[in-house]
Write a new protein. Structure first.
Lengths: 422, 317
């Protein structure tokens, strides 16, 4: 008996000791360096059409290594899917496997900033000759608590694509208000039952947000009467006489692009970056673009100013080199090259103006920018709201008839509030 | 170590009550059983104990991304994560739907597996070989691959099923119950081979004379299955049931892949997907761990009750 008892005591003692000694581990505090030689590791996002991007980037790498012969640049392409979060978290937690430079979506910024993963580039950008060419609005989308966690590299703006051939055939005009948009979409579906009036999706957050913003609502007050009006207007399109919920309730933004590009929809809320995808499908050459209309004619619905930044990791051992590479990629020469290859809108104002003069395709997107853009909350809560699919769930519940607009928006507002409170 | 030797040395001095104790419990209480357990424990404790310990530990901390990467200090918050969970209506809804879905899956897997095991025993050589091969292929298919293939089969526009049935455009994943049905079929397809093979092996081990005697006594096929085979296979059935409960309660891949992380408006979410999304999607590692602990406890309780119920019936394993 004594043996058992002493064993028990020993076990209890060991357990108590371990409990007292251990809290969950935390990554070692990150100290970077400023080596002038070695390998510069860069993470860029993989794209559906990566080849043109890779070409431009390789050109930049060549130019960079010619100027810095002791440096090797290693580019890795990482997925844009939610798996990117794991990649980045891994990089923050284990500096040894982290890159020096990384491209990231500006909606993820707040979460990454709270994690302390990226270095403050404020002074560096302020003293950079081309840095002043970046608009204040755009710099703000890379700023948390007065610290600039990256250089805005490009932006994407969504507008309304529509099929000119279908509209001509049915004698329709490009809609000037959201109300007209709904009526036009219904008219198309009525006369062409195998076509969707407009490609909208239950998981297309950035397609739905302009409707909410235009009505005067916002993400942090989804249960306000204004937001409800916007939700109602958007989910109204997710109905059998426009885009049937059976087919459209589960669609993401990317899937609506496919739908429009494949010729199954007469309209779509697509970005300037979707141009190459549409040009590769049967809708090529048979479409035009206007700003997504608002509730009053002449004032477009506020678009979401999504985009990607280039950041330097806190743990980077090559700070100066990393910054130089960022400035090369985000400089005017390569921003213009990236636009020509990918259709990504430059963040440098002068580059944008230059391109607008050359390419009339850009006009509706730049008009949309000029009318004012909006952004998601720069707060770690946004990543949570996005990951919990708060807005898609709200839209889908209404579209499938699982809940009324009041109930769905109420639940969503509660979820948003909970995300901000933690 | 020194304690142990000292105690062992002191043991004879324990004197008179020793034989009595020996008689009461058949196995001698010495260090020896512990020693025998040591090799197994050396493997199992680090492999299972440590992750479980970490899971429990994380669940009592406010541990999010900022804490992991050192941006904010980690704080002990006691049972606050559990309290948040109990307050979460969505957790309860998903828990209920997970339990019901898992129960249906266990029953379906057992029914299909047992039926096909019986078919195997009756089938001729070639059909038996074909059936075993097909089952082995289903078993060997990684969950990811199987789910994707089934998803293609049930695709709205291009799926074979819709083309054969002539219902192109029907979205199987739109309605909550048809979505659960398709996912459930995939899960059963993945897991019945284990049940089938285990039971088939068990049936093969039963002497033919027993079944022959039953037949001579006039038992029908169903009767000899119900009254002879099932009782003799009970230990195997227990293992199969416990395994199935554990697998089906922890179902993840099929739901995550086929319904794109929980279906329209999250209607097809199950506990494991919810835990994953909480822990890794929302970076709420503490809260996600709490869900994991709750899942582990539920599984432990269910399994223990099941095994205990069998003992109660006086039919030891």
């Amino acid at each position: 008996m004594r043996l058992l008892r002493s064993l028990k005591w020993a076990a209890a003692g060991v357990a108590a000791l371990t409990l007292a000694a251990c809290a969950p581990s935390t990554a070692p505090s990150q100290t970077g360096g400023d080596d002038k030689t070695g390998t510069l590791r860069v993470w860029l996002f993989d794209e559906p059409n990566r080849v043109p991007k890779e070409k431009v980037v390789n050109e930049a790498v060549k130019e960079f290594t010619a100027a810095n012969p002791d440096v090797k640049v290693e580019i890795a392409y990482i997925p844009t899917s939610p798996a990117r979060h794991e990649k980045f978290k891994g990089a923050f937690n284990d500096p040894a496997s982290a890159p020096d430079v990384a491209e990231y979506g500006n909606t993820d910024l707040a979460e990454y900033a709270a994690a302390g993963g990226f270095a403050d580039l404020g002074p560096d950008v302020a003293s950079w000759s081309e840095g002043k060419d970046i608009g204040a609005d755009l710099l703000k989308s890379a700023t948390v608590d007065d610290k600039l966690y990256g250089v805005p590299w490009y932006i994407g703006i969504r507008a309304l694509y529509y099929r000119t051939d279908v509209f001509d055939e049915l004698g329709l005009k490009a809609p000037g208000t959201l109300e007209e948009l709904a009526a036009t979409a219904r008219a198309v579906r009525k006369k062409k039952p195998d076509m969707y009036g407009i490609a909208v999706g239950g998981e297309y957050t950035f397609g739905a947000l302009p409707f909410i913003w235009d009505a005067g609502g916002d993400i942090d007050k989804l249960d306000s009467p204004e937001s409800r009006k916007g939700v109602e207007a958007y989910t109204d399109l997710l109905s059998d006489d426009v885009c049937p919920p059976q087919a459209c309730a589960a669609l993401t933004g990317g899937k609506t692009v496919e739908l429009f590009a494949s010729g199954k929809a007469a309209m779509g809320i697509l970005g300037n970056f979707s141009r190459s995808a549409v040009d590769a499908g049967p809708a090529a050459g048979k479409y035009a673009v206007v700003p997504l209309p608002g509730s009053t004619a002449g004032s477009p619905a506020p678009a979401f100013a999504g985009g990607n930044n280039l950041g330097v990791m806190n743990s980077s051992r090559h700070r100066t080199l990393a910054l130089k590479f960022v400035q090369l990629l985000a400089g005017k020469t390569y921003q213009v090259k990236m636009y020509e290859a990918m259709g990504n809108l430059p963040t440098l104002t002068s580059a944008r103006q230059e391109l607008a003069a050359k390419d009339p395709f850009l006009k509706p997107f730049l008009d949309t920018v000029a009318a004012g853009t909006r952004f998601v909350p720069v707060h770690p809560a946004w990543v949570k709201i996005d990951n919990q699919k708060v807005i898609p769930t709200m839209l889908q519940k209404v579209a499938t008839g699982q809940a009324t607009v009041e109930k769905a928006t109420g639940e969503a507002a509660a979820a948003v509030k909970a995300a901000f409170e933690r | 170590m020194s304690t142990r030797t000292a105690t062992t040395a002191a043991r004879p001095a324990a004197g008179p009550d020793l034989p009595a104790r020996r008689a009461r419990s058949r196995s001698p209480r010495g260090p020896r059983p512990w020693l025998y357990l040591l090799p197994a424990a050396a493997v199992l404790v680090p492999l299972f104990g440590y992750p479980l310990y970490m899971l429990g530990l994380l669940s009592v901390f406010d541990y999010r991304q900022a804490q992991v990467s050192g941006g904010e200090p980690t704080t002990f918050i006691g049972l606050a994560n559990y309290a948040a969970l109990l307050d979460d209506g969505r957790f309860w809804a998903i828990l209920a739907q997970t339990v019901v879905f898992a129960a249906a899956l266990v029953l379906a897997t057992l029914a299909v597996g047992a039926t096909l095991a019986m078919v195997l025993t009756r089938a001729g050589r070639v059909p038996r070989l074909l059936l075993s091969l097909a089952a082995m292929a289903a078993w060997a298919a990684p969950a990811m691959t199987g789910s994707t293939v089934w998803m293609f089969l049930f695709d709205t526009d291009l799926g074979l099923v819709n083309q054969v049935l002539g219902i192109e455009g029907f979205n199987w994943f739109y309605d909550k119950w048809t979505a659960f049905g398709v996912v459930g079929a995939t899960v059963v397809w993945h897991s019945f081979p284990f049940v089938m093979v285990t039971l088939y092996a068990g049936i093969q081990a039963i002497p033919a004379s027993v079944l022959e005697a039953a037949a001579l006594d006039g038992a029908s096929a169903w009767q000899s299955f119900r009254r002879v085979l099932v009782p003799m296979l009970r230990p195997l059935i227990t293992i199969v049931v416990v395994q199935s409960i554990i697998w089906d309660f922890k179902i993840f891949t099929q739901i995550y892949v086929m319904t794109n992380g929980g279906g329209i408006a999250g209607q097809n979410s199950v506990l494991n997907v919810y835990a994953y999304q909480t822990a890794f999607g929302s970076s709420e590692y503490g809260l996600g761990s709490a869900i994991g602990v709750v899942m582990t406890l539920i599984l432990l309780v269910v399994t223990l009750f099941y095994i205990r119920a069998l003992y109660r019936k006086g039919e030891p394993l």
